[in-house]
Design a protein around this ligand. Structure first.
Ligand SMILES: Cc1ncc(COP(=O)(O)O)c(C=O)c1O
Length: 348
């Protein structure tokens, strides 16, 4: 399985990749502008960034690995999880409850493992029992996404606890909290009791640093030590390090963007209700909508594109027949997509 980059269209409104549609904080651009020619010529120093990031999350520096986007952290984690145990024969296995962020399977394949998919339940109720039942002595890693992409559903805290209890302690449990900023739900406070749980965070979404690449892993120092060795020592550019520090400090920007997303989600829900389109209330910066009653999702996505709006066809994801996913970003962008949705999916 490979990642197929969705088609872009110059100048289009990008609501297909859960990106931040507001542009990052001005403070980030200013910090990047201040970088000198010498700083560009030298290998970057992450001392200040690591210290400030640890303070931001309220963890120690040894509990944190900074990565070139969360993607890099997830790949490094997969590689090291597969390497840790050689006792059981056969390919190392990764359990992925579906539907799921597509890169998990890409990384598992790249690292030479086997994907064990767990089918969705109706209405995306979390598959706690099925995940526990899928664990074998070859299981090396379990990918949990909280909230889920593409459904926007949260995993109940008790379900995570049950999975940690029902899994051997040498199996890595990733909790990918890429969309934490839009819901505030995190397992961070419980990390202390679970040395095999690693939390993933990204600054691509609420902070708008997708193009800069800024992500991290938070977990037990001993579990993260081999992961740190699997990440190249200068993986973050000097621009990313400077911009990231500025983003950490600009709480006002973060609050503004969060409020925009929350209002945008409500606008999308209201439009779906008016149009009679089923949707799932989302804890992320996107909404999954079942457009089946208005037409074939691929056709509808193409019709949006013709109007200069990119949205994502998710209809081939498990449990997502008939669904498209629309990013909820800046309110004025959402108003544009709502108008298009009303034109394309109007009640006859
Ligand atoms: C669930 C999830 N995890 C990780 C990522 C990747 O984050 P980054 O851009 O920091 O690599 C994404 C991006 O869409 C995502 O949806």
């Amino acid at each position: 399985m490979s990642y197929a980059r969705p088609t872009d269209r110059a100048g289009a409104l990008r609501l297909h990749l859960n990106e931040n549609t507001g542009g990052c904080s001005r403070a980030v651009i200013e910090a990047i502008r201040q970088i000198s020619a010498d700083e560009v010529a030298y290998y970057p120093d992450y001392t200040a960034l690591l210290r400030e990031c640890a303070a931001y999350f309220g963890v120690t520096e040894s509990q944190l690995v900074l990565t070139n986007g969360l993607d890099e952290g997830l790949l490094a984690l997969t590689v090291t999880a597969f390497r840790l145990k050689h006792a059981s024969p056969g390919l190392p296995e990764a359990i992925i409850p579906t539907p799921a962020f597509e890169m998990y399977s890409v990384f598992v394949n790249a690292a030479g493992g086997k994907v064990v998919s767990v089918a969705p339940r109706p209405d995306f109720e979390f598959q706690t029992r099925e995940v526990c039942d899928a664990v074998t002595d070859r299981t090396r890693i379990i990918f949990l996404t909280n909230p889920n992409n593409p459904t926007g559903q949260l995993i109940p805290r008790d379900a995570i606890r049950e999975i940690t209890r029902g899994t051997p302690s040498d199996v890595t449990i990733v909790i990918d909290e890429a969309y934490y900023d839009f819901c505030g739900e995190t397992f961070l406070a419980e990390l202390g009791g679970h040395s095999n749980v690693v939390i993933g965070r990204t600054f691509a979404k609420a902070h708008g640093l997708a193009g800069l690449r800024a992500g991290c892993l938070i977990g037990d120092p001993a579990r993260l030590a081999p992961v740190r060795d699997a990440v190249p020592p200068y993986s973050l550019s000097v621009f990313a390090a400077a911009g990231w520090r500025a983003a950490l400090r600009d709480r006002e920007y973060l609050d503004w963007y969060r409020a925009q997303v929350i209002e945008s989600r409500e606008l999308l829900y209201a439009a779906c209700t008016r149009l009679g389109l089923p949707y799932w209330k989302s804890a992320g910066n996107f909404v999954l909508i079942d457009v089946r009653k208005s037409g074939e999702p691929g056709e509808i996505v193409r019709a949006f594109a013709e109007r200069g709006i990119l949205v994502r066809d998710r209809s081939r994801d498990p449990g997502c027949a008939g669904c498209i996913r629309i990013t909820a970003g800046v309110v004025r962008h959402t108003e544009i997509v709502v108008e298009a949705l009303e034109g394309l999916c109007a009640v006859p």
